[in-house]
Write a protein that binds this ligand. Structure first.
Ligand SMILES: *Cc1c(COP(=O)(O)O)cnc(C)c1O
Length: 361
């Protein structure tokens, strides 16, 4: 089999080694005479899967003991609602950094729960950059400040995070979690749908400081309360067991690559190949994000005309590339180069882009 050059935005590429490992264990998990999917989530074997994935997450991100690691369902989109439900307090607005499509969805959902304020916005720049930290104005009485560490559609990424003092910082890291080291202590809550950088779809990781989930409003449905899932070790109801298992395999793979710092270096090398072609193309390719805000995960670029972009996508597909069409809301082109996308795919894309320019420039 020839693996596609997979630049899908999500669900996205998984490490080949992980897929092969899962294949080996697919029909008969650890000699149990059944697959993991056929097993009780109360079994010892599944409990090991659950605990091991949590422990690896803690180890790789350096998560302190006063944080919980939860595996939930409903995607990052469900967190857009669960966060304000659990963390908003009477008379204390939720503050947001408006940086594009995903931040916008989080804001829309929070507005249904309570009062929101915009602490910074880059809308007047068409969301082609992240704000400077000095632009972010957090009201002292905010329940929390929410930001999107990497805007998957726009292709912008925060280089560093604001110090929000006593106001908890909440970050949607769906598309860049584990792509670089972070100081978890800076955050009150971090969340990420798995299907970009962590595994298959179906599970959402939430890392949350314990004190923040101690007093969710009593009126909240049990299933939407963080404390429910924390108390039950993410086994309150039937978990997406196969997805959690796959996340565990991906985390083991990251560890085997040398951990998050190594992955960060690898990612930088990968994306440099492609950004260099853009920057050296004399305007044939135009990066969408301002250079200081460029994402290392989602590389967005445009060409002189939509016809040329269409031709680019068509010819790329003929040569084994997948997923280079930009998001339908913004058009253009996008290469998503998550952790599991191999260097070879990026080398091939850089070469294809240079060749395409030669033919059409
Ligand atoms: C993909 C994505 C989401 C939505 O994730 P779902 O799991 O589909 O709900 C939210 N935020 C960001 C930054 C994303 O990239």
């Amino acid at each position: 089999m020839k693996r596609a050059y997979n630049f899908n935005a999500g669900p996205a590429a998984l490490p080949l080694e992980v897929l092969q490992q899962a294949q080996e264990q697919f029909v008969d998990y650890q000699g149990a005479g059944m697959s993991l999917m056929e097993m009780s989530h109360r079994s010892n074997l599944y409990e090991q899967v659950n605990n091991e994935a949590q422990a690896l997450m803690r180890e790789l991100l350096g998560i302190p003991d006063n944080y919980k690691v939860l595996f939930l369902q409903g995607g990052a989109s469900q967190q857009f609602a669960m966060i304000p439900m659990n963390l908003m307090r009477e008379g204390r607005p939720a503050a947001f950094v408006q940086t594009g499509a995903w931040a916008g969805k989080a804001i829309k959902e929070a507005k249904l729960i309570g009062e929101t304020v915009i602490a910074a916005s880059t809308e007047s720049d068409n969301f082609n950059r992240m704000p400077e930290l000095s632009e972010i104005q957090v009201p002292d009485n905010a329940s929390y400040l929410h930001l999107t560490s990497n805007e998957t559609i726009g292709g912008t990424q925060f280089a560093e995070y604001p110090d929000t003092g006593a106001v908890p910082l909440v970050a949607d890291m769906s598309s860049d979690i584990l792509s670089r080291p972070i100081d978890v202590n800076q955050f009150g809550l971090i969340y990420a749908g798995a299907q970009k950088n962590l595994g298959p779809s179906g599970v959402t990781v939430v890392i949350v400081r314990e004190d923040l989930i101690a007093e969710s409003p009593k009126s909240l449905p049990v299933i939407f309360r963080y404390d429910t899932h924390a108390k039950q070790n993410s086994l309150y109801n039937t978990p997406p067991s196969f997805s959690v298992y796959m996340v565990g395999l991906v985390l083991k793979w990251i560890k085997s690559q040398g951990g998050v710092s190594q992955i960060q270096q690898y990612n930088a090398n990968k994306t440099k190949l492609i950004y260099d072609v853009i920057d050296q193309s004399g305007g044939f390719y135009k990066g969408v994000a301002q250079p200081g805000s460029r994402s290392v995960m989602n590389l967005t670029f445009r060409m002189q005309s939509e016809e040329l972009e269409k031709l680019f996508v068509k010819q790329s597909e003929q040569e084994g590339f997948v997923g280079l069409k930009g998001h339908r809301d913004v058009g253009g082109l996008r290469a998503s180069t998550y952790n599991a996308v191999p260097l070879e795919s990026c080398q091939a894309l850089a070469q294809f882009m240079a060749d395409f320019q030669k033919r059409n420039g």
